[in-house]
Write a protein that binds this ligand. Structure first.
Ligand SMILES: NC(=O)C1=CN([C@@H]2O[C@H](COP(=O)(O)OP(=O)(O)OC[C@H]3O[C@@H](n4cnc5c(N)ncnc54)[C@H](O)[C@@H]3O)[C@@H](O)[C@H]2O)[C@@H](O)CC1
Ligand SMILES: Nc1ncnc2c1ncn2[C@@H]1O[C@H](COP(=O)(O)OP(=O)(O)O)[C@@H](O)[C@H]1O
Length: 274
């Protein structure tokens, strides 16, 4: 089922007069590495610009993250959701492996991307959302004993997203020109609003940050049946809208997308109230 702008608008948590940074929601972030520090910067930037109470960054790229976003806290503590894995390599995790395991063993919702995808296979549960592209999904399925060519996934991505959700036991957001979302025994959603200029390095890291903010700020309902898929699809709508606003028919960078996220959220909220 296509997920529309009005559907996404209903999943943006708007602060009120009684909100404070903790009641709005805190996102824990374990992303980035010496090989890919930029992925951490992009995810944090996008989460901050989606609207969130606070971000705790606990990965290996603290210096560039704080240089870009001094609002970010690098001390451990309570969080309402986790974003793990963007900009990491599953073969070279070092101390990050334990942080991934802790997040997956917690009760909080978790987005697992890139180098954290393999950790999920060991600990699937409700409230975990994986965000692979086609190659990453093929690798995840192969690790679970299902051999599939990347070309086969590309030929029928919607069906593979549903199959993967049911086989892996987690919500799958499969990235591409159309983003397909499937929750085990739950909603099957799709979003096709991003312009092809979105196919650029780091755009997926930005999506992870947007989704992290939506999970943390909707913490009270985020793991209820159907909600992981709806929040994931809402993040894809905000991402695609931000990319369209940034692009206006021309080229964009991932950071351009993150910087236009407030405009995308504003547009969703004004169309909802109008
Ligand atoms: N700024 C950043 O820090 C960025 C970090 N990223 C991180 O990079 C890591 C790897 O992500 P990928 O999606 O690349 O992982 P994949 O493992 O899916 O892609 C790598 C594959 O692409 C192939 N490849 C490499 N260069 C190629 C070229 N010029 N032409 C054709 N094929 C080529 C490689 O042989 C390899 O098979 C992840 O941790 C991801 O989060 C990416 O998001 C890009 C931006
Ligand atoms: N042809 C396309 N048209 C529109 N959006 C696309 C297209 N190709 C990729 N995207 C989007 O761009 C992002 C790419 O993410 P990803 O593959 O993880 O790249 P990276 O790892 O470099 O961040 C995803 O949100 C995906 O849905």
């Amino acid at each position: 089922m296509p997920w529309a702008e009005r559907d996404a608008a209903a999943h943006v948590a708007v602060p009120t007069a009684v909100s404070d940074k903790y009641s709005r929601g805190v996102l824990g972030v374990v992303t980035g590495s010496s090989a890919y520090p930029g992925a951490a910067v992009l995810g944090v930037e996008a989460a901050a610009r989606t609207g969130i109470g606070m971000i705790r960054y606990l990965g290996d790229a603290t210096e560039p993250v704080l240089a870009r976003r001094p609002e970010v806290v690098s001390a451990p503590g309570r969080v309402q959701a986790w974003l793990i894995g963007s900009g990491t390599d599953s073969q070279d995790l070092g101390l990050l492996a334990a942080l991934f395991s802790d997040a997956l063993a917690s009760a909080e919702p978790v987005i697992a991307d890139a180098g954290a995808l393999e950790s999920v296979a060991l600990a699937p549960r409700r409230g975990v959302i994986v965000t692979p592209h086609f190659r990453e999904l093929a690798r995840m399925l192969a690790a679970g004993g299902t051999r599939v060519d990347v070309a086969d996934i590309a030929a029928d991505p919607g069906r593979w997203a549903v199959r993967a959700a049911n086989r892996l036991g987690v919500t799958v957001l499969l990235k591409g020109a159309t983003t397909w979302i499937a929750e085990p025994d739950g909603p099957q959603l799709s979003v096709s609003i991003a312009p092809p200029w979105t196919a650029t390095a780091g755009a997926g890291d930005v999506l992870g940050g947007i989704l992290g903010a939506l999970l943390a700020t909707n913490a009270a309902t985020a793991v209820e049946p159907g909600m992981p898929a709806r929040l994931a699809a809402s993040a894809a709508v905000i991402h695609g809208l931000a990319a369209s606003i940034a692009s206006r028919g021309g080229p964009i960078t991932a950071l351009d997308i993150a910087e236009r996220v407030p405009d995308a959220v504003r547009r969703l909220l004004s169309s909802e109230s109008g």
